[in-house]
Ligand binder design. Structure first.
Ligand SMILES: [Zn+2]
Ligand SMILES: [Zn+2]
Length: 167
């Protein structure tokens, strides 16, 4: 996901961008099991003096696990991207410094996606979770265990994740 600043000419101060990248390594992405589609970016980079401002839209799909029953859930991520770059020291916190002829937007793109990943994912609003004794997914039906106690702790588990919060 490289932008070559040599593509800017005296009469060119705006370049369209269209990137797509597969991600195999999910270690940097909290709670993501895998990426179901490449990370795609559509946008533009505009040059103003020493600044290169990249704006656009990110799309990808990830697989996560329901926090209660651990079943896989597909999550679609769509978000805006904005990052300023400069190859001189601008003393601006929000501006990323780069050296050479290329700006690699991948790191900033990755950070934006990480912020968009939900903290908690549910397979469905009223997910019943797993039986703590036999491990059965209670969404698929009841088991024969006595879970009177569990029902109480399950409520506190939902409370811990704020799943019953009024929105
Ligand atoms: Zn679930
Ligand atoms: Zn059970």
């Amino acid at each position: 996901m490289l932008i070559n600043i040599k593509d800017f000419k005296a009469d060119v101060n705006k370049i369209s961008l269209n990137f797509s990248q597969n991600i195999q390594d999910v270690n940097d992405f909290p709670d993501v099991v895998k990426f179901l589609s490449p990370v795609s970016f559509t946008g533009k980079v505009e040059k103003t003096d020493d600044f290169y401002t990249v704006t656009g839209k990110i799309h990808t799909d990830v697989c996560m696990n329901c926090v209660l029953c651990l079943e896989p859930v597909d999550i679609s991520i769509d978000c805006d991207f904005f990052q300023k770059y400069a190859n001189v020291d601008t003393k601006e916190d929000e501006t990323e410094f780069f050296q050479g002829d290329c700006i690699d937007i991948f790191k900033a793109l990755k950070d934006t996606i990480i912020c968009e990943i939900p903290m908690k994912v549910l397979c469905r609003e009223d997910c019943k979770g797993l039986c703590p004794k036999c491990g059965k997914n209670l969404n698929l039906g009841d088991c024969t265990c006595d879970n009177t106690k569990y029902n109480e702790s399950f409520k506190s588990l939902r409370a811990m994740f704020n799943l019953d919060e009024e929105v």
